[in-house]
Write a protein that binds this ligand. Structure first.
Ligand code: PMP
Length: 284
């Protein structure tokens, strides 16, 4: 695989980052994941815009702009011959060569890393046909979940807890209400209404979320942006999650409680179809 590190395209075995990098020592960095379908990037502009916001919120300079980022993404997709898959991007605050809680000088070079993951058939995953099963766990993350930082230990622990129970993922709960999934935004369907938590610092502002809600409204579906409880979720007609890497993924069970007839619901299936169709059309 060819990866990108600080301005260079290198074989993955030759790419290096300092052991003092603040991404490594302090999880002081941000990331984005953009999916690739048919060799083209899905929702690229949304991811580029959120990256700038994450950097700015952490007082990190924005040194790579949309067009340069697009070129790097495309170059990696081409060099690695990616038909369906992902481009992962990470920018950390770098290091001045020591371990210090205090940030290094403003002009310290950031560490910029991008790599691809090939996922043939990404859009027709068997999981989407079956739906996924989730458990609930308390949301123990920090209070700035709107910043897409590389602090992913707790979400990782959540996925492991789900796996230990034979499930696929975890929904995180705060004050009895669902915040989001470990790596996705969470939705329920009540009657003909799609309910998902409103944007705030409590959740990541999903790029897929924004697109899916836009398509839902364009299709005259009813959308309610408000927090919902775990009890509401278990009593819902259907549920689903969204993320750049899974698109719209039906949820068929929460804490052992089957939703509806335990198979992907019509709203989730329809939204997945619309999202994939429209995003492929708009891919660049
Ligand atoms: N919430 C969390 C906590 C996430 O990690 C992700 C995916 N990175 C999402 C939501 C979905 O965001 P997006 O649609 O931009 O991938």
């Amino acid at each position: 695989r060819t990866v990108y590190v600080n301005g260079e395209y290198l074989p993955e075995t030759e790419a290096t980052v300092s052991v003092f990098d603040r991404g490594f020592l302090f999880a002081d960095g941000v990331y984005e994941v953009t999916s690739v379908l048919g060799g083209k990037l899905i929702d690229f502009d949304g991811h580029a815009a959120r990256l700038e916001r994450s950097l700015t919120e952490l007082d990190m300079a924005v040194r790579l702009h949309r067009d340069e980022l697009l070129e790097i993404h495309r170059e990696l997709v081409t060099r690695n011959d990616i038909e369906d898959g992902l481009v992962y991007l990470q920018i950390t605050r770098g290091s001045d060569g020591d371990r210090d809680f205090v940030y290094p000088a403003e002009d310290t070079p950031q560490t910029v890393v991008l790599f691809t993951q090939s996922k043939p058939g990404l859009a027709d995953s068997p999981a989407a046909k079956k739906g996924i099963r989730v458990i609930s766990i308390p949301d123990l993350r920090w209070d700035r979940r709107d910043i897409k930082t590389v602090q992913l230990l707790y979400p990782s622990m959540g996925k492991m807890a789900a796996k230990a129970e034979g499930c696929d993922d975890a929904w995180m709960i705060e004050d009895g209400k669902v915040t989001e999934g470990t790596s996705n935004n969470a939705y329920i369907v009540q009657g003909n209404s799609i309910v998902t938590r409103e944007l705030s610092t409590d959740i990541l502002h999903g790029i897929t979320r924004a697109a899916v809600l836009r398509f839902a409204r364009e299709a005259q579906m009813q959308v309610e942006e408000r927090a919902f409880t775990l009890d509401e979720a278990k009593a819902a007609d259907e549920a689903f999650v969204t993320s750049a890497s899974t698109f719209v993924m039906p949820v068929v069970e929460i804490d052992g409680v089957a939703l509806g007839d335990g198979t992907p619901g019509p709203v989730a299936r329809r939204l997945r179809e619309i999202y994939l169709d429209e995003s492929r059309k708009a891919a660049i």
